[in-house]
Design a protein around this ligand. Structure first.
Ligand code: RFL
Ligand code: PHB
Length: 392
């Protein structure tokens, strides 16, 4: 088997890259280790920057997003019994964000790809990328019980944090920066209309809570919990009581309760792998970097990586000019580090540390007060949250 660009991973990064390359006339093939049902149901992100929406439109994959996506004008910060609206359009010169589930993006992209290509193989697990330094890198993979090889001109490692692409970087050719936070998120999906119009980021002495949504009928909520927490430790009643306590404000407001249809725990970590290219192997999305979800950046970074990668591979294919590809890693990493910094700031400002003291509490509140009191500080948050421009 041979293809121009072998794509490992059929998550948002791999699927969108395949779509963009296919439309530009660049031959490619996607290997996804899991089943279609699994990738379409994995509960994850929901907040899209304007640039992400634009990229999905450019890829011809935004028909349902345009019909069903919920456009938000900002977020709400809650602390000390008060609510504060951060108005994105007013602070950023008109930018907004859109709520649309990652599961829906994946379903839309899978449907397009199965309808008119490029090829997408489910239950095809990449085992290793070999000869990345050569002109003809090879992906060894397991499909239908047989080990097979895919020879490529280029390999795109879009196989997420637990994938195998990163392993093809020889020791000494790369460096990883990692941080694990001393808390996790318990996330639930509930069949109940959201109790708010915009996302609520709440800081309380009991810990962080986030109210998000998936549609006018489905709410998505998160609670900060200790590392090592099992979802079974939290019966539904306990979750709703704790959310009530953390979202409590002095004004009249109630959190609507409903049937919980999904419950899971996510560890909070940051991880950046540098560089994002080794020879003819290029990493994109979670395969190269993970940020804590408090800044809602992971999916958006995956999309901005593949926009740059599709552009670079298309330029090479059309004109033979490798300049964009040579600059790929550096162009991505500026934005990756800025998003990591922003996500880290949001995380530290809103979560209580298990070993925190009264001074830490005051510093968090002082940071929050600065944002709600200063237009300049609020504009900094709004610009980062709604998305930095693609380059620089
Ligand atoms: P994915 O989605 O992990 O996809 C990688 C794919 O590769 C496959 N794979 C392999 N395939 C073949 N061979 C192998 N050896 C393979 N190994 C793995 C996997 O099965 C999978 O299908 O990575 P990708 O495409 O880079 O996309 C990244 C995003 O999924 C991720 O960054 C976001 O979900 C992060 N995130 C959020 N991002 C946002 O921008 N906004 C948000 O609001 C947001 N909220 C979140 C989040 C992530 C969360 N969790 C669960 C970590 C909320 C949560 C709770
Ligand atoms: C989500 O809707 O899942 C979501 C939204 C914002 C975040 C994290 C997760 O910061």
């Amino acid at each position: 088997m041979h293809t121009t660009v072998g794509i490992i991973g059929g998550g948002p990064a791999g699927l969108l890259l395949a779509r963009l390359l296919h439309r530009a006339g660049v031959d490619c093939l996607v290997l996804e280790s899991r089943t279609r049902a699994h990738v379409e149901q994995r509960q994850r992100a929901g907040m899209l920057e304007q640039g992400t929406v634009h990229a999905l439109r450019e890829a011809g994959a935004a028909a349902r997003l345009d019909a069903e996506g919920l456009v938000h004008q900002g977020i709400e910060l809650r602390f000390e019994g008060e609510r504060h609206h951060i108005d994105f359009p007013a602070l950023t010169g008109g930018r907004t964000v859109t709520i649309y589930a990652q599961t829906a993006i994946v379903k839309d992209l899978v449907a397009l790809q199965l309808a008119d290509g490029p090829p997408l193989l489910f239950e095809a697990e990449a085992l290793a990328v070999e000869r990345a330094e050569s002109e003809r890198p090879v992906v060894r993979f397991l499909h239908q019980g047989r080990e097979q090889t895919l020879t490529c001109d280029w390999v795109a490692g879009c196989d997420g944090f637990h994938g195998v692409s990163r392993d093809a970087f020889p020791a000494g050719a790369s460096r990883s920066y990692a941080h694990e936070y001393p808390y996790s998120w318990l996330g639930i999906l509930a069949e109940v209309p959201p109790s708010c119009e915009e996302l609520i980021y709440a800081r309380s002495e009991r810990g962080f809570a986030l109210h998000s949504m998936r549609s006018p009928a489905v709410s998505r909520l998160y609670l900060q919990v200790p590392n090592g927490t099992a979802p079974e430790d939290w019966p539904d009643e306990r979750i709703w009581d704790e959310l009530d306590a953390r979202f409590a404000i002095d004004a009249d407001w109630t959190l609507k309760r409903g049937p919980v249809i999904d419950k899971s725990v996510t560890v909070m970590r940051a991880h950046v792998h540098e560089p994002m290219r080794h020879g003819r192997l290029l990493l994109a999305g979670d395969a190269a970097h993970i940020v804590p979800p408090t800044g809602a950046k992971g999916l958006n970074l995956a999309v901005s990586d593949v926009r740059l990668l599709a552009r670079a591979l298309t330029a090479l294919h059309r004109t033979g000019d490798p300049q964009l590809l040579d600059g790929y890693s550096e162009s991505c990493l500026y934005r990756v580090w800025q998003a990591t910094r922003f996500s880290d700031d949001m995380t530290r400002m809103l979560h209580t540390r298990p070993d925190g003291d009264a001074f830490d509490d005051r510093m968090q509140l002082t940071r929050l007060r600065r944002i709600t009191a200063s237009r300049h500080a609020a504009a900094e948050l709004a610009a980062n949250y709604s998305g930095l421009p693609l380059s620089g």
